[in-house]
Write a protein that binds this ligand. Structure first.
Ligand code: TYD
Length: 132
């Protein structure tokens, strides 16, 4: 069920007014976007995440500031420092993620393939490893 995590380039329209960045479900990301949430008013050094999902797919974007995403699929670990609104990180099912090292006021935008469902979460790392 694990799908490879990867950086995704986001379409940008730049002119002298600034930049406009676009994510479309089904093309920029392969999944339909059913939920959008964002982490904001973050304190410098804040840590979040600490879970995996059974089925959920997500695109994670640092729309302001920066943070680091640590990924672990039970076999391999990878770390991405996100600081560019023009690049998203696709995270598929069955990947443990920790979000660390938030810059002050960093904003993490998450586009998700499903509505919120607590039963889709692994919040215990050992339970996650057992099912990998
Ligand atoms: P939590 O999973 O701790 O957030 P993070 O992944 O950033 O560490 O979620 C914080 C609270 O918000 C928790 O009580 C669950 C709730 N929540 C929702 O009600 N709906 C949602 O879509 C999300 C992502 C969280």
């Amino acid at each position: 069920r694990t799908k490879p995590c990867r950086l995704v380039e986001i379409e940008q329209h730049t002119d002298d007014r600034g930049k406009l960045s676009v994510v479309e479900g089904g093309s920029t990301v392969g999944f339909p976007i059913r939920r959008v949430y964002y982490l904001h008013d973050t304190r410098s050094g804040t840590e979040r995440g600490g879970h995996a999902h059974r089925a959920l797919e997500q695109l994670i974007i640092a729309v302001h500031g920066s943070f680091t995403v640590r990924l672990d699929d039970g076999r391999q670990r990878a770390e991405y420092h996100l600081d560019d609104p023009g690049t998203g990180l696709y995270v598929g099912p069955m990947v443990w993620r920790d979000l660390v090292d938030f810059s002050a006021h960093g904003v993490c935008l998450v586009l998700a393939s499903q509505h919120y469902d607590e039963s889709d979460y692994y919040r215990n790392y050992d339970d996650f490893l057992r099912d990998v």
